[in-house]
Design a binder for this molecule. Structure first.
Ligand code: SF4
Length: 67
C-alpha cells in the first residue's frame, strides 16, 4: 500500500520544519511556500513523512494511504 502527501496551503507558513525532517520530500522556497518534491513516495520515506506531519507547527501536512 502506498501513500500520498497533501499540503494545506492555507495553513502552511513556510517554517521549513518539514524540509528538516524529510529533505527528500519537501523544499521551502524563498517565497516561503513548501513544495512537495515527491507526492507519492516509496515506503522507505514513510517514517520521514510521518515526522514531517507530526512536527509541522501549523498542521498543514497530511498523509493519505492509498490502496
Ligand atoms: S513545516 Fe508545515 S508550515 Fe512549515 S513549510 Fe512545512 S508544511 Fe509549511
Amino acid at each position: 500500500m502506498g501513500f500520498r502527501i497533501v499540503v494545506d496551503r492555507d495553513l502552511c507558513q513556510g517554517h521549513g520544519t518539514c524540509e528538516g525532517e524529510a529533505p527528500d520530500l519537501f523544499e521551502v522556497g524563498k517565497d516561503k511556500q513548501v513544495e512537495v518534491l515527491d507526492e507519492h513516495p516509496g515506503d522507505d520515506q514513510r517514517k520521514a513523512a510521518e515526522l514531517a506531519v507530526k512536527y509541522c507547527p501549523t498542521h498543514a501536512l497530511s498523509i493519505i494511504d492509498e490502496a
